[in-house]
Design a binder for this molecule. Structure first.
Ligand SMILES: Nc1nc2c(ncn2[C@@H]2O[C@H](COP(=O)(O)OP(=O)(O)OP(=O)(O)O)[C@@H](O)[C@H]2O)c(=O)[nH]1
Ligand SMILES: [Mg+2]
Length: 426
């Protein structure tokens, strides 16, 4: 697969949010008192990982060699009720038009369209509470604290789909790059051989009245592009978001196929990739018209052209800029600009009881949190964990699922034997 040095439009990204710091177990030191009150502070929360669209980022290049991004960890709490510090949030800048997918099943999780659009890619772990928080009338000297929660981590697949109003579509060498460099500030390489342009380029066109639109110069398409021939299929995705297609047909005698055939091939490739591309506003433009001796030259015939241009002499270019502006204007009215799309993650609260071998496992953030205490070998910590599980209704859920007294139950790092409700120590 061709990947140029500058432009990368697909990549994998691993995100890991920061872990929360642990709560502290500490006791005040007082003169003549062996153990003062509990004063262990809370752990700091970890830092989230956000993906943020930014117009200064042009491609996914930054992730090709370094696909890992992580939020900072929270630090542990300490004595004298000192809380840990929170981990730094990681803001990962991606180009506008980045589609975020689940790496495993390919589900689209977010489409970050405009600068500033953001997606919470990995949620940080919260900090554990220190033992100072567990002081109560019944419990004068709690000697346990909560552990920090682990930050979420996962693999994502990023895909860039450029945002342009107009896509230039045509065979290699028809003059796409010459045209975009004439009508905008974009300066892709121009040369007299096919596949000069190996990556898409965007250019902003401004008309006399100050109307602006974005044009994409997309690498040339050839027959079979939609099945992977040439470079075409890799770049067809950059045509997807264009509101208007400007199809360039080479009128020069040196063209690899007569105009009507070029048009037929291009139309078929677009349709094979995505049939609805043919429903877009489309302008069919004869290119390199200065190389045709006479407008009635049979070489130019056969294709139904909207207009002819020469990007070298400039003939017809101003007209084309105006026609494209009209088409963009009406397409923008018909089709409002794309907006951010983000799948709001299901709340990770709650829990689920599942059979595991001869026993049971309870999964879910709330249940795991309930038992994430620093030292479950201690009676007071274990009693606290049991109280929390009861409050969550885990005992009842296990009973409903059919758990029998004596069945092993695993929750996070804790394994215990299930006891029917009346047996549970209160
Ligand atoms: N005579 C003439 N030559 C042109 C015109 N437009 C482009 N050319 C020439 O045609 C050749 C190809 O032009 P490019 O702009 O590189 O074509 P392209 O469509 O971007 O080609 P790829 O990037 O390879 O797909 C260059 O030698 C240009 O100078 C034109 O209107 N008239
Ligand atoms: Mg080119």
């Amino acid at each position: 697969m061709v990947q140029s040095a500058q432009f990368v439009d697909e990549c994998n990204l691993h995100v890991k949010a920061g872990d929360g710091g642990a709560g502290s177990v500490a006791f005040r030191r007082e003169a003549h008192v062996a153990k003062g009150g509990p004063d262990g502070g809370d752990g700091g929360a970890g830092g989230d990982v956000w993906l943020v669209a930014d117009h200064n980022v042009a491609s996914l290049l930054a992730f090709r060699d370094q696909p890992f991004r992580r939020g900072g960890d929270g630090t542990h709490g300490s004595g004298k009720r000192r809380h840990g510090t929170s981990g730094a949030e990681a803001l990962v800048l991606v180009p506008e038009g980045t589609v975020v997918r689940d790496h495993g099943d390919g589900t689209v999780l977010a489409d970050l369209v405009r600068s500033g659009d953001r997606y919470l890619a990995a949620e940080a772990g919260r900090g554990g509470r220190g033992n100072a928080r567990f002081l109560s009338n019944r419990r004068r000297a709690p000697a346990f604290a909560e552990q920090g929660e682990e930050g979420e981590e996962r693999w994502l697949r990023l895909e860039l789909k450029l945002l342009a109003d107009v896509a230039l579509v045509g065979f290699p060498n028809v003059g796409k790059s010459t045209l975009i460099s004439r009508i905008s500030a974009a300066k892709p390489k121009v040369a007299d051989y096919p596949f000069t342009t190996l990556e898409p380029h965007l250019g902003v066109v401004r008309t006399g009245e100050g109307f602006e639109y974005v044009v994409a110069d997309v690498p040339g398409l050839i027959e079979g592009a939609s099945e992977g021939r040439g470079l075409g299929h890799r770049f067809l995705r950059h045509i997807e978001r264009a509101r208007v297609l400007c199809v360039l047909i080479d009128l020069s005698p040196a063209a690899p196929a007569p105009p009507a055939d070029q048009l037929a091939v291009l139309t078929a490739e677009l349709a094979a990739y995505r049939p609805d591309l043919l429903e877009r506003e489309r302008l069919v433009v004869g290119s390199r018209a200065d190389l045709v001796a006479d407008e009635d030259d049979p070489a130019a015939g056969g294709a139904d052209l909207d207009l002819r241009i020469s990007a070298v002499t400039g003939d017809g270019v101003a007209t084309l800029v105006g026609r494209l502006a009209d088409a963009v204007r009406s397409a923008r009215e018909a089709q409002p600009p794309a907006t951010q799309f983000v799948v709001h993650r299901p709340v990770r609260e709650g829990y689920e009881v599942r059979r595991e071998g001869a026993g049971w496992v309870v999964e879910g953030r709330e249940a795991v949190r309930a038992v994430a205490l620093s030292d479950l070998t201690r009676a007071d910590a274990l009693a606290e964990a049991q109280r929390r599980l009861r409050r969550l209704g885990v005992d009842r859920a296990l009973a409903r699922a059919g758990a029998q007294p004596g069945d092993p139950v695993r929750i996070g790092g804790l394994v215990f034997d299930y006891a029917a409700d009346e047996d549970v120590a209160r």
